[in-house]
Design a protein around this ligand. Structure first.
Ligand SMILES: CC(C)(COP(=O)(O)OP(=O)(O)OC[C@H]1O[C@@H](n2cnc3c(N)ncnc32)[C@H](O)[C@@H]1OP(=O)(O)O)[C@@H](O)C(=O)NCCC(=O)NCCS
Length: 279
């Protein structure tokens, strides 16, 4: 008999071991970070007392995000994954979340469709180890004074305020953020989170119609993370960003489908994901 519970600190080792089977590169601190952001939003599913799977969610007002959905291989195709997802949906809808997003592997699209999610668009996960370049870029590093405007611009693009996620990311001294424009007229920003000798570039948010700014922001941040293994998640339709990354030696690792349960939020902008598990 399967049942879903709130994940506790004692479950982190299991969660890391299980997600490592998919090479998701998570460590216990990642689950602690998710728990700090959404104290009741990390779930564990058991078969009787045995731990068999995990999932995490985060809510941003009317928008929520589902990630890290995984069940131990020997327990799959018996309904545990569906129960985990339904539990997460119920938790979020009880909090008045109206739209729930996720990034699905291509071979899991049907699984999520059966649970009420609809396909939105494809994203490409690109990885690489860029060299720093001497090319001149015109973007500046963000300061604490830019934080509010960055969060407001992100809100316009994402469809909900991600303050609770972005504020700690921007405050972390090992992360870097570049903005385009002066205070009061910021047109785009990009963040790189550095951890364990790697870096994840995202979110990148930029007003639609400004691909040159988006590319310039990307170049600025790549110069800063030069020499590290970098991962990014880019909309397939943003061919200028994809080709910029390819020219810097990035390769496609895999593709995911962005899917929504409930109406998609408007986002007329250039957008690279913050992460697969948080949108
Ligand atoms: C995705 C995942 C979590 C699903 O977990 P699961 O426990 O197998 O999920 P379920 O058993 O509820 O459903 C899986 C399939 O088994 C079927 N199924 C469910 N109960 C069944 C049963 N008793 N007998 C036969 N089939 C059954 C479901 O209809 C479903 O089919 P579908 O994929 O064609 O829709 C699991 O495959 C997994 O951990 N994969 C690796 C990690 C991963 O890819 N995560 C998703 C990231 S996007």
């Amino acid at each position: 008999m399967f049942h879903v519970q709130k994940m506790s600190v004692e479950d982190f080792t299991f969660a890391v071991r299980l997600t490592n089977t998919m090479n998701w590169n998570l460590v216990e601190e990642d689950f602690q970070f998710m728990k700090d952001l959404e104290p009741k939003g990390c779930f564990i599913i058991r078969d009787e007392s045995e731990r068999i799977g995990v999932a995490t969610i985060i809510s941003f007002g009317k928008v929520g995000w589902l990630g890290n959905v995984i069940v131990r291989e020997e327990f799959r195709r018996r309904g545990a994954g569906s129960l985990l997802v339904k539990h997460a949906l119920e938790y979020l809808t009880k909090q008045d979340v109206e739209t729930i997003g996720l990034y699905a592997y291509q071979n899991k699209i049907q699984f999520y469709q059966r649970l009420g999610f609809e396909y939105d668009s494809n994203f490409v996960v690109l990885t690489g180890k860029p060299e720093s370049s001497s090319e001149q870029v015109h973007q500046r590093e963000a300061t604490k004074n830019d934080e509010r405007e960055i969060i407001d611009l992100d809100h316009l693009c994402f469809g909900a305020s991600r303050r609770k996620l972005l504020a700690p990311i921007l405050d972390e001294s090992s992360n870097v953020c570049y903005v385009s424009g002066e205070k009061g007229s910021i047109r785009g920003f990009v963040v790189a989170k550095a951890y364990l000798g790697m870096a994840e570039v995202g979110p990148l948010v930029c007003q639609r119609g400004c691909p040159d700014i988006a590319v310039d922001l990307l170049k600025a941040v790549l110069n800063r993370v030069g020499g590290l293994e970098v991962i990014t998640c880019v909309p397939e339709k943003e061919s200028t960003i994809c080709s910029t990354l390819m020219r810097r030696g990035f390769n496609e690792a895999f593709r995911v489908a962005r899917m929504f349960y409930g109406a998609p939020r408007p986002n007329d902008c250039i957008y690279m994901a913050e992460s697969l598990e948080r949108g």
